[in-house]
Design a binder for this molecule. Sequence first.
Ligand SMILES: CC(C)(COP(=O)(O)OP(=O)(O)OC[C@H]1O[C@@H](n2cnc3c(N)ncnc32)[C@H](O)[C@@H]1OP(=O)(O)O)[C@@H](O)C(=O)NCCC(=O)NCCS
Length: 157
Amino acid sequence: MNEPAAEIQIRRMAAADLARVMEIAASLPDAPHWPQSDYERALNPEWTPRRIALAAAEQESCVQGFTVARLVPPQAELETITVAAGCQRRGMGRRLFHALAGELRSAGVRELLLEVRASNRAAQEFYRALGFVETGRRTGYYADPVEDAVLMGRKIR
Ligand SMILES: CC(C)(COP(=O)(O)OP(=O)(O)OC[C@H]1O[C@@H](n2cnc3c(N)ncnc32)[C@H](O)[C@@H]1OP(=O)(O)O)[C@@H](O)C(=O)NCCC(=O)NCCS
């Protein structure tokens, strides 16, 4: 394990964060590679279904991690959780998740679902460490390359 991050600040993602968010996503093969318009929709409170998007930074540094969930209470889907390579294994992903879970709980969400590439073992381990359990598989769900999805879920209490 790396040194824990000194102090992590988590806040709502803002339009000004999008260039950095896209830069982090582009640098990580396992992160979803959304066009900027998808992130812009995620920030739009009028858009349905509603999203919660959070950004994380260590002290005064620029954004190093982010997460987006789509809300369909009492369920939500964890669409992405991503931490820049140089900041991984320092507790930022866990902190982002717990901040998101708090917001989801307040919004009436009781169950959080996700799908992850079968080859993304690191993310599956991360999700298991956060209390997710595997609930099924979807054959050939992903394209480019074609791959199965592992479905996982966790109660939000
Ligand atoms: C998955 C990801 C968000 C984890 O973020 P992180 O900040 O590194 O995670 P944390 O430091 O909070 O780790 C919490 C726990 O998860 C588990 N974990 C995290 N990364 C792991 C890895 N690479 N291998 C095994 N377990 C891991 C560990 O139990 C860890 O606790 P520990 O460090 O005390 O052992 C990060 O690896 C990432 O951005 N990956 C690329 C993008 C991606 O695949 N996102 C998920 C699909 S959208």
